[in-house]
Design a protein around this ligand. Structure first.
Ligand code: GDP
Ligand code: GDP
Length: 436
């Protein structure tokens, strides 16, 4: 599902990151516990009433050594490119500044909806301070206070009015959407060219901002695929596109829209922090994952090399123990033909449904082999389990007391489920609920 994207722009210190954090709330990230895998707080999912959306704090995207005005100009351009709705944030206490006018000037160029927020209106007496902001030309200014959490509901209501109509089944249910994610130069574009069977440039010039234009539909062996965000893989000219945070943001958005994510590594360079960060995100987002080690032609190897590499990957990506690994070369096309069949397979696993009766047999059998843990004399009792969702497969386990379900036992149950059913390539989720 494609969630609407809201981007916050504005000069420094108006309160963008304060508002971002308010809207996002405290999100606990599983992968953040893994050393080196911290999430940049510039992009997150969020909810408001019945709306699910993603939000970007463009202020968090530092653009090289560019001068101040150039930075905010580029951040505003990123917002225009990436967002469905833009929140233009200002500071009510300081009034309209020259820098606000600079931001406005860039935002005039977009047809996308811009919602003007005036922050730091900490109490109702200050409301009259917002009137100057009509002069910016974006209609009604919305008074908010990041520190006091005021006005955010109205602001988000206004944003939600402009959310695009759901384009849910843009590609139909049978179409497998996948993306290739990885650091620059690992060979993503070369791999795409290798799939497509010829050395042609897939998308040379990406005009406009429509989502469709950046995807490449593709048919192989009777199955339909769409390669998501092919454009993001190609090097483009703008300065900010070479910044790391922007490329991560772009990758996160591609992951979001994909069913299957191919995490592409470079055999010559081994595994790097950024690889883990992105793979961690794909895992948390519940996507099917395939690890593709490219440039296999470029390294010296003997009969052990593949095992050694596999072991290293398993050590670095502990949370991805379910992901198949394939060693390929875009240059020589070695094993490239195996990639799409694997994508097909993991995507089926990702959407697999298990009958409750069979699932419960497996759980009962698991409990019989390895009795549920006790804590201070109380024993975990599992009454019943059922699959409640696919993509990723999600199971609810009804128990007597949720606190008695420990991580290690959950892991044990997950492993038993994986031994019985073919969930290769897909994360699975277990949710423990107390039965009333
Ligand atoms: P950013 O640079 O636009 O991301 O701004 P920050 O979120 O870092 O905020 C800049 C400063 O303004 C911080 O000291 C915040 O505590 C403060 N601030 C943010 N929102 C409010 C608000 O609603 N009222 C007041 N009085 N201060 C705020
Ligand atoms: P991207 O930035 O991830 O899209 O990477 P590119 O596809 O642009 O490739 C970066 C560089 O790696 C180019 O010079 C490619 O020719 C080279 N490259 C890509 N795949 C392979 C491969 O399988 N083997 C070798 N030896 N080089 C490759």
């Amino acid at each position: 599902m494609t969630k609407p994207v809201v981007a916050i722009v504005g000069r420094p210190n108006v309160g963008k990151s304060t508002i971002f954090n308010r809207i996002v709330g405290e999100r606990v990230s599983i992968v953040e516990d893994i050393p080196g895998v911290t999430r940049d707080r510039i992009y997150s999912s969020a909810e408001w009433l019945t709306h699910d959306f993603n939000i970007i704090d463009t202020g968090g995207i530092e653009i090289g050594d560019e001068p101040f005005l150039e930075q905010i100009r580029q951040q505003a351009e990123i917002a225009i490119e990436e967002a469905d709705v833009i929140i233009f944030m200002t500071n009510g206490r300081e009034g309209v500044t020259a820098a606000d006018e600079q931001v406005a000037k860039i935002l005039y160029k977009t047809k996308k909806p811009v919602v003007l927020a005036v922050n730091k209106i900490d109490n109702p007496d200050m409301r009259e301070m917002i009137y100057d902001f009509y002069a910016l030309g974006f209609g009604e200014p919305w008074p908010i206070s990041g520190s006091h959490g005021l006005g955010l509901g109205d602001l988000l209501d206004e944003c939600a009015k402009h959310f695009p109509q759901e384009d849910e089944n843009q590609y139909g249910d049978d179409v497998i959407k996948f993306s290739l994610i990885g650091r620059p130069n690992v060979g993503k574009s070369s791999l795409v060219n290798a799939f497509l069977g010829q050395e042609r440039v897939i998308v040379s010039n990406i005009a406009g901002t429509t989502r469709d234009a950046i995807d490449t539909p593709y048919e192989y062996d009777g199955h339909e695929y769409v390669i998501i965000d092919t454009a993001g893989m190609r090097k483009k000219g703008k300065v900010y596109e070479t910044t790391e945070k922007y490329s991560v943001l772009r990758a996160l958005r591609a992951i979001e829209r994909s069913d299957v994510v191919l995490v592409v590594l470079n055999a010559e360079e081994g595994i790097q922090e950024q690889d883990k960060k992105i793979a961690g995100y794909a895992h948390e987002a519940g996507k099917a994952i395939v690890i593709v080690v490219n440039k296999w032609d470029a390294i010296e190897k003997d009969e052990k090399t593949m095992n050694v590499f596999t072991q290293q990957i398993r050590e670095h990506f502990l949370f991805l123990d379910y992901a198949p690994i394939i060693f390929v070369s875009a240059n020589t096309k070695q094993r490239v033909h195996q990639i799409l069949p694997i994508v097909q397979r993991v995507s089926e696993n990702h959407a697999m449904r298990i009958q409750s009766s069979i699932l419960n047999e497996v759980i009962e059998d698991a409990v019989a082999r390895n009795p549920a843990p006790t804590d201070k004399g109380r024993r975990l009792r599992i009454y019943y389990a059922t699959q409640v969702a696919i993509q990723p497969p999600t199971f609810v386990v009804f128990v007597n007391e949720t606190e008695l379900m420990h991580f290690s036992y959950e892991r044990f149950l997950e492993n038993r489920i994986r031994e019985t059913f073919d969930f290769e390539g897909t994360p699975i989720r277990l949710i423990t609920r107390a039965r009333a």
